[in-house]
Structures are given as structure tokens and as C-alpha cells.
Write a protein that binds this ligand. Structure first.
Ligand code: IMP
Length: 431
């Protein structure tokens, strides 16, 4: 087994960072294939906290190669800052270990300005609650074929031409339609020429690097960002991000064919969280929600926003298994459920008297579903030091069994705390 895709099964923030970090041990190459610095993977290594927004978290392992694929939207200033921060924490990063696709699209200052201005222009209650990182406007330019690619940085004439065309159009929208400040071509040009100088050694053809590594028998780990319900096609549109977050996106976003993917693992938090606006059927706006929020330290790694919390949603899990073709699950934050009794798991939705096993396609329907719960006894024990399935209280094992029954696939890993060692390994997905 040499190629593994890891994706989030919910609305992001499932704890992918920690699981990817653990699995990196068994991989030679780690690849990001979609999203941008809207993601934030928080990792605890030897008691030191790291948050990787853009660079794959595999960079924390000294001997691994990390790749940023063409499907990523790339903010050069964030990349350069992350390299600086890693170096200041004793982890210097060189192009030997980190490469960037020349086909990835650049997040430009006007993308960020548009992201903010569009959200501000929307009426209260209509906002998407984006991370404000320019993600949507950048993907938008990619699709309408106005985007500027990382590789364009190496051709100053082409870069300036594309930039000038874009600034003309974006300034019209910013000033005439959104009542926002314009951006300046020359300022951006100067800033990006400096970025070009620093990025040049990292720019490469990532698809070829992946193919070479695969042919040499190396193990590859494709690291998804966000989660299945934030997918532009399969999520709760329009309350989604602007990329495909599902496993299939690894192929388009990195340049590898589907027949070369061996396994897909889904990360599922033992309960549900969501940041930003949009329907959340199992949301808890009570003391249990507060318990999950506080004990789970549920604050967004990118924006610091309080995450909304709720019961585990089996409809979301079931859909994630199908859409991603999951082979197994990694369950995170099981320890956070200690002390809640009883526990609920949503198994179906009801809409106007009809039961649904899957997420309805219509957003108005999603907003009106009534979750049907299975109630299970909780447990009081602190799970954070438990090392095996046998150590877990019976109630926790029953809860996990209920998750497996809904998903119809096995649990491979169980995380009971933020540290690498706080993990129960049932099956290595790379085996
Ligand atoms: P955008 O990706 O910044 O356009 O934001 C669109 C929606 O996706 C918002 O609700 C964000 O809160 C959400 N979102 C984007 N990235 C993440 C993530 O990494 N974790 C959780 N939610 C995210």
C-alpha cells in the first residue's frame, strides 16, 4: 500500500492535523491538494504548539518531502511567514523537502479585498462567514480563466500583463459595486517580484514528482483540508468553501490518476462542530454544547472564532463514507465526551414526516430537518491516558460500535487527546 488519502468527514476541524502527523511517520511524501490558508492544522509536538495553514504538517518530520499541489490556492506571504516561523522554532525548511506546483493559483491582494468587501456588503444573516483569506475569489478567477498561477511569477512580463488586467476589473467591482478601497498595480507588482525571488527555488511540476516517487515505491499521503460538508459540490451549498474537499479532489488537485490511489481514510470527530454560517442539524445551544466547546477547546485555528458544537451526526458520516469511498475511520476527541450522560447520535433526519438517511439536496430542507437520535449511556472516566480498546469503558466502546454500525466501515484509529502518544492504533491504514 503506497498511496493514502485522508479527508475530513464533517464541516472541517475534525483533527486531521494530528492524524496526518501520526500517519506521516509511515509516509515518504505528503501532498496538499486543495484549499489554501483557510485551513489550520494544530499540532502538539513535544509540548510545542504548531499551526500549519499552508505547508503540509509533514514538514515537522525532518526527513519527509512535502508537496503543495496545483489544486491549492496559494498566498505567498503566508507561505513565507510559515517558513520563517518554522525556522525560528528550530525547523529550517529548504526546497529539498518542500515543493510547490507551478500550476497552483496565487491568492492576490484583491482576492482578499473582495472576500472582505463581499461579506461586508451582505445583509446580516446572509453572510457565509468565510475565513476572509481570499479563497472564494481566487478559485473564481481560476474557473473564469483570469487567474494568475504560481509559475507566472517566473515570467515578469506575463505576470504584469495579467495583473494589470485583473486590477482594472477588480477595482471597478471594489469601488463601484462594493464601496471598498481600490488596490494598486505597482504596489502589488513590487511585492510579488520579491515573492517571486523567494519562491523560485520551490516551484516545480508536482504531478511529475508524485509519479516519480510512486514508481520508486515511496509511500504517499494526500492531506485533505476542510471537510466533506464544506465541499463545493457535495456540501451544504452555499455555506461551503470554494473547492472540492472530497477524496476525488486528490487526483485533480495533485495530478495523480484515480487508479493509483490505494486507500482513503476519513477523520471523524466524536461529536460535530462547524465554524461560520450554515445549517447544522445537531447543533446544541445549551450546557452540553458549552461543555463540548470548552473541553474540546473548539476555537478555529485560522480565525480564532468559537466553533458551534453539537451531537455526532450519522447522516453526515454516512454521506462521507459514500462520497469519499472511505475504507476506514479515524475517530478524534473521544475523550471530550467524558462526563456527558446520556449521549445522543443522530441516525436519520425527519422532514415533513419523512425519514432521510442522507443529506437532502435542497438547502431550505436541510435548514428544516429534525434529527432523530439514538441515545446511549455516557461515561465518567478520563480517557486521555488509555492505550487500548480494552482500557476504554464499555460505554465508550458501545459508542464507537454505534459509529461503525452507521458508517459500515471499521475504525482504524482513536484519538483520546492532542498528543501523538494519546492515540489507540487498531489498524495502520498504510498496511
Ligand atoms: P472560505 O473557505 O474562507 O471561503 O470559507 C467558507 C466556509 O468554509 C466558512 O464557513 C468557513 O468557516 C469554512 N471553512 C473554511 N476553511 C475551513 C477549515 O479549515 N475548517 C473549518 N471551516 C472552514
Amino acid at each position: 500500500m503506497s498511496t493514502l488519502v485522508v479527508v475530513g468527514t464533517q464541516w472541517g476541524d475534525e483533527g486531521k492535523g494530528k492524524i496526518v502527523d501520526l500517519l506521516t511517520e509511515y509516509a515518504d511524501v505528503i501532498v496538499r491538494f486543495q484549499g489554501g490558508n483557510n485551513a489550520g492544522h494544530t499540532l502538539l509536538v513535544d509540548g510545542k504548539k504548531f499551526i500549519c495553514h499552508l505547508i503540509p504538517s509533514g514538514i515537522l518530520h525532518g526527513n519527509k518531502v512535502c508537496l503543495i499541489g496545483n489544486g491549492v490556492v496559494f498566498d505567498p506571504s503566508v507561505f513565507i511567514e510559515e517558513i520563517k516561523e518554522l525556522s525560528s522554532k528550530g525547523m529550517p525548511v529548504s526546497p529539498d523537502r518542500l515543493r510547490l506546483s507551478s500550476n497552483a493559483h496565487l491568492i492576490m491582494p484583491y482576492h482578499k479585498a473582495l472576500d472582505h468587501a463581499r461579506e461586508n456588503a451582505k445583509a446580516e444573516g446572509k453572510r457565509l462567514g468565510t475565513t476572509g483569506r481570499g479563497i472564494g475569489p481566487c478559485y473564481e478567477d481560476k474557473i473564469v480563466r483570469n487567474g494568475i498561477k504560481v509559475g507566472d511569477l517566473l515570467d515578469p512580463v506575463l505576470f504584469r500583463e495579467k495583473l494589470a488586467d485583473n486590477v482594472k476589473e477588480k477595482n471597478f467591482i471594489l469601488t463601484k459595486m462594493l464601496n471598498a478601497e481600490p488596490v494598486d498595480t505597482e504596489d502589488i507588482y513590487r511585492e510579488f517580484q520579491e515573492h517571486a525571488r523567494r519562491l523560485a527555488p520551490f516551484i516545480d511540476n508536482v504531478s511529475i514528482l508524485i509519479d516519480d516517487a510512486r514508481r520508486k515505491g515511496k509511500a504517499l499521503l494526500f492531506e485533505g483540508a476542510q471537510g466533506t460538508q464544506l465541499d463545493i459540490d457535495h456540501g451544504t451549498y452555499p455555506y461551503v468553501t470554494s473547492s472540492n474537499t472530497v477524496a476525488g479532489a486528490a487526483c485533480c488537485g495533485a495530478g495523480i490518476g484515480p487508479s493509483k490511489i490505494d486507500k482513503v481514510v476519513g477523520i471523524c470527530k466524536a461529536y460535530t462542530t462547524r465554524v461560520g454560517a450554515g445549517p447544522f442539524p445537531t447543533e446544541l445551544e445549551d450546557v452540553v454544547g458549552d461543555h463540548l466547546q470548552e473541553k474540546g477547546a473548539e476555537f478555529g485555528a485560522t480565525t480564532g472564532r468559537r466553533r458551534r458544537c453539537g451531537w455526532l451526526d450519522g447522516v453526515v458520516l454516512r454521506d462521507a463514507v459514500r462520497i469519499n469511498g472511505l475504507d476506514g475511520l479515524a475517530i478524534t476527541k473521544l475523550d471530550v465526551l467524558s462526563g456527558i450522560n446520556p449521549l445522543n447520535i443522530c441516525t436519520e433526519y425527519e422532514v415533513s414526516g419523512t425519514r432521510h438517511l442522507h443529506m437532502p439536496g435542497n438547502i431550505r430542507e436541510v435548514e428544516s430537518v429534525c434529527p432523530i437520535y439514538k441515545t446511549l449511556p455516557g461515561w465518567q472516566e478520563d480517557l486521555s491516558q488509555m492505550k487500548s480498546m480494552e482500557d476504554l469503558p464499555k460505554e465508550a466502546r458501545d459508542y464507537l460500535k454505534a459509529m461503525e454500525d452507521i458508517a459500515g466501515i471499521p475504525i482504524m484509529l482513536i484519538s483520546v487527546g492532542p498528543g501523538r502518544e494519546q492515540t489507540i492504533f487498531l489498524k495502520n491504514p498504510f498496511d
